[in-house]
Design a protein. Structure first.
Length: 609
């Protein structure tokens, strides 16, 4: 009897839900969000070129003047806590609107630039959507058509596409556009008032589009509905070997492009010689001192890396044959966010990189040793006036790696006004690891000024021999000048025997002269463990076997050696002054406030034993 009662109750509840409207929509005002896509199933946000891009939890719709967050459950999207209404007007994303309320006609901003992305081998793009439904679920309709462009590679070499640009005769493709909610079949065609309004671009700065010889690729661009009297001009910017190429085609006849449907193919682009093709250097400029190569986008930065890494494969000269990429002059023309776009180690470089005060953010570099943004900075090279915010270096090298934030090794280099924040290093525990915030190992002289490093690092050398310095890991017998530099470095190191807030180890000079460190400071904590060996650490430098002058420098923080050894040495300024004559070292105007711990060994300011 009890069982029958339970079953009867469940049946009544189900009937109530079915006939009385007391389901989720009625009680909690939960509405399902659906879309009318270009192709495919109807519950996905976008289906372009056969690929669905699903809703993601937390995305925002503007529904009846209220911003509502999307919840995803079981592959379907919902919005909750929206007041019930006879009609729901919505826009996605909420940021498309320029006003607080949804009226019958409102403004949206159509993007002038899209970024190329691939999932499951297909291109994905988000397009603006709007809805005006009497009841839920809210069904959003795409406000654009999809313009497909096929790019064919008829050469014998791989072509890398960087950008596809579409220019309309006179209809607006981007910017503010009026959308009528009572007639969502199309975007009202508005005659453009400027050339910028008539252009929309697809940029491959987050993911490469390589087209091998004899192959083709189709890319899709969201384009607003336009009239039959319109013509599109499509321009493809691509590169192969040492030069960039521009291919341009205009469709021979106009044609309408409806909203919410896949558009027609206006033009096919090939890289065959002839036609509307121009050839240029990989970058703006000529690479000469008075006319440097200009780096202003993530793809420019990645192409610069490619040009240096593959200098033996590509033509390592500009189109005039006079400027070698590996010794050219480069200048940043904008702040750049690499968004973690991985690049390899830029190998030997003897040119100049002028940041012009700009910042490059979120760089991810991976490779074997030598590892750094550059592998080697050779004689005459310079890096100046640049900030790297979020620099991640990763290596799997098992053989005595050199790892430097800016460069693994350097000789005859000048580094000025170079700042690295958020330095991250990932490396296996191997013998003789050498790490420096700017340079790991100097193989020649260096002049480093007005630089700074901020890092929190954990590293290990599996056997005796690792070096670490906030600016330079090891100065191997060559003159070194550091001025007006600051390091804020917290380090947990195992097996590193020479550690310094600025320099890890300064070997004896191959000739005469003095290393000079002036107006510089380290602050932070160092926690160090040896592996059956001594550990030598100093707030400014670990070991110096050369005449060294510390002028107006400062060290603040703590140095803690956690393993006991009779030869441990910790110094507030210099860990170990190894020359017999202590008069070879001077500390004019230098101060320290460093807590020292060297069990079984010696501490001091500096330790000189």
């Amino acid at each position: 009897m009890k069982y029958k009662y339970i079953m009867l109750s469940m049946l009544v509840a189900a009937l109530c839900t079915l006939f009385c409207g007391c389901g989720p929509d009625a009680d909690s005002h939960r509405l399902e969000v659906r879309t009318t896509p270009f192709t495919g199933a109807s519950h996905h946000k976008v289906a372009t070129d056969g690929a669905n891009l699903d809703w993601v939890g937390g995305e925002e719709l503007l529904v009846n003047s209220t911003v509502a967050a999307v919840t995803v459950e079981g592959g379907r999207a919902y919005i909750d806590d929206v007041p019930s209404a006879a009609r729901y007007r919505a826009l996605y994303p909420a940021s498309l609107t320029k006003q607080a309320s949804l009226t019958t006609t409102t403004d949206i901003v159509l993007p002038s630039e899209y970024h190329y992305a691939i999932s499951a081998g297909r291109q994905q793009l988000e397009t603006p959507m709007a809805a005006n439904d009497a009841t839920g679920p809210i069904t959003l309709r795409h406000l654009t058509g999809a313009l497909c462009i096929t790019i064919s590679n008829t050469s014998a070499r791989t072509m890398t596409v960087d950008r596809v640009t579409v220019l309309s005769d006179h209809y607006r493709l981007s910017g503010d556009t009026l959308v009528n909610f009572d007639n969502l079949g199309s975007i009202n065609p508005v005659t453009a008032t400027s050339e910028a309004d008539r252009t929309v671009a697809l940029v491959m700065d987050r993911q490469r589009l390589d087209i091998t010889s004899g192959s083709s690729a189709t890319v899709t661009l969201p384009v607003p509905a336009v009239g039959a009297d319109n013509h599109f001009t499509v321009t493809v910017s691509a590169r192969e070997r040492g030069a960039r190429f521009t291919y341009s085609r205009t469709q021979s006849a106009g044609g309408a492009l409806s909203a919410g449907v896949v558009g027609y193919l206006p033009v096919e682009i090939t890289n065959a010689e002839g036609g509307d093709i121009t050839k240029a250097n990989l970058f703006e400029g000529t690479g000469k001192p008075a006319d440097p190569y200009i780096i202003k986008t993530p793809q420019d930065f990645a192409i610069m890396a490619d040009a240096l890494i593959n200098s033996g494969v590509i033509n390592n000269v500009g189109i005039d044959g006079s400027t070698v990429y590996t010794s050219a002059n480069y200048r940043l023309d904008a702040d750049i966010d690499m968004e973690g776009l991985p690049i390899g180690v830029m190998t030997s470089f003897s040119g100049t990189l002028d940041g012009d005060g700009h910042t490059v953010s979120n760089i991810s570099v991976s490779g074997t040793s030598p590892l750094g943004l550059y592998g080697q900075l050779t004689s005459g090279s310079s890096v100046s006036d640049i900030t790297f915010n979020g620099l991640s270096l990763a290596t799997t090298s098992t053989g005595s790696p050199n790892i430097g934030g800016l460069s693994a090794t350097a000789t005859g280099v000048t580094v000025a006004n170079c700042h690295i924040t958020g330095l991250e290093i990932s490396a296996p525990s191997v013998r003789n690891i050498k790490v420096g915030g700017i340079v790991a190992t100097l193989t020649g002289s260096a002049d480093i000024s007005n630089c700074s490093i901020e890092a929190d690092l954990t590293l290990s050398s599996s056997e005796y021999g690792g070096y670490f310095g906030g600016i330079v890991g090891s100065a191997a017998g060559y003159s070194l000048a550091i001025a007006n530099c600051t390091t804020a470095v917290d380090a947990t190191l195992t097996g590193c025997v020479n550690v310094g807030g600025l320099v890890g180890n300064m070997n004896a000079l191959s000739g005469t002269g003095t290393s000079e460190i002036s107006s510089s400071q380290w602050s932070g904590t160092m926690t160090l463990a040896g592996i059956s060996s001594q550990v030598v650490a100093g707030g400014l430098a670990g070991t110096s076997a050369r005449p060294t002058a510390f002028t107006n420098c400062n060290a603040e923080g703590s140095i803690t050696i956690t393993t006991s050894h009779a030869s441990n040495r910790a110094g507030a300024l210099l860990g170990y002054a190894s020359r017999p004559s202590q008069s070879d070292y001077s500390y004019t105007g230098s101060t320290s406030s460093v807590t020292l711990s060297a069990p079984g060994g010696t501490t001091g300011n500096p330790s000189t034993h």
